[in-house]
Design a protein around this ligand. Sequence first.
Ligand code: ASP
Length: 437
Amino acid sequence: MSTKVVKFGGSSLADAQQFRKVIDIIRADETRRFVVPSAPGKRFAGDEKVTDMLYACHRQAQAGEDCTAALEKIRARYQEIIDELGLSTDLTGEFDTISQMLAKGANADYAASRGEYLNGIVLADALGYPFVDAAKLVKFQQNGNLDNQLTYNLIKNILGDMGRAVIPGFYGALPDGKVKTFSRGGSDISGSLVAWGVQADLYENWTDVSGVLMADPRIVKNAKKIDVITYMELRELSYMGATVLHEDAIFPVRMAGIPIHIKNTNRPQDVGTLIVAQTDDSDAAGHITGVAGRKGFSFINLEKDMMNSEIGFGYRVLGVLAKHGVSFEHLPTGIDTLTVVLESAYVQPLRHQLIEDLCAAVNPDSVAIEDGMALIATVGRGMVKNKGTAARIFEALTEAGINIRMIDQGSSEMNIIIGVEESDFENAIAAIYQKFA
Ligand code: ASP
């Protein structure tokens, strides 16, 4: 019998009206057996997400303030859903526990996770499905890394015996039992883990857009939707700023070859975007799948005569970064020059120390840090072994009068990265999109 895991984002479960849509979607297909909800999101522009309200409660509790009123506001959001759906769910005991835990100094992860936990209880009641606390299934190691194998085994063994269940997203537990969350938007990862563990045929990720767009709609109006994209392409686009799916949500399903289907709760009839391991579309040549990027990068430019023949130069530069726990993005080189591209957030607090240590390590003729850079990735499986993609990207940027500050192409040939100044960022994305759209 086939099995789908369905994850619903916060806007899909923001109020009773949205809950009704979700219930209809689940009931319309009996293979939608395992349901992973987020916490209630914004109901309208300017509204608050329950997760943010919980973080605020936690801050109040930490400051020794009384957060009863703030918790009451959260309780009212759930109660409204319960009442409007005509359910008899009673969350009194749960809120008493949360309030006691906060008073006893529970951590921020515990507080934030209650959004999903409570939503899971309400949704399970509404569907008549059993509720399984994610703390029993999703396990982290003491160092905070996900324990993949244990999580897989628990999901497989516990959920495998159950025909259906609701499992809250976003959190799991550390070996000492304390709650730990993923980073924001992490319910996508929970859904992916559940799909992997139950060996689902499909992971449906229900949100408030009808799929992944070729470019950020805030930059490119009416950007086209992508019908089919590979995991690798989506990983590249998400890493570079496309926000439909959490970037870490791809790994679990990818290992198992389970496709992800992005769907719109508000327009279930739309086809959405299908994310797959591989496609056999030979017509991908000449097309790109998408273009995405991020601001906030810095270049460390190093120059030294005869650098090309100095064995270990790059090794020593990277050693300095490693010593400071700094991750780098790209490393373009010339004959006697080397540039390290990295996030400015890493550079800011360490600026002087980095320069000092680099000087000590490689004794360069010059070293300078340039901020205010943006990186843009043009991604497309169609560019492998096909001519002309780079030429068209550069043509688009030249026509738009944009100066390219860095170029990098991965050996997978699925991605061409260019660096531009932040002030050129939006125009560059729009120009590349228009060239290929
Ligand atoms: N509720 C959490 C957040 O707002 C997790 C999620 O929605 O995936 O980030």
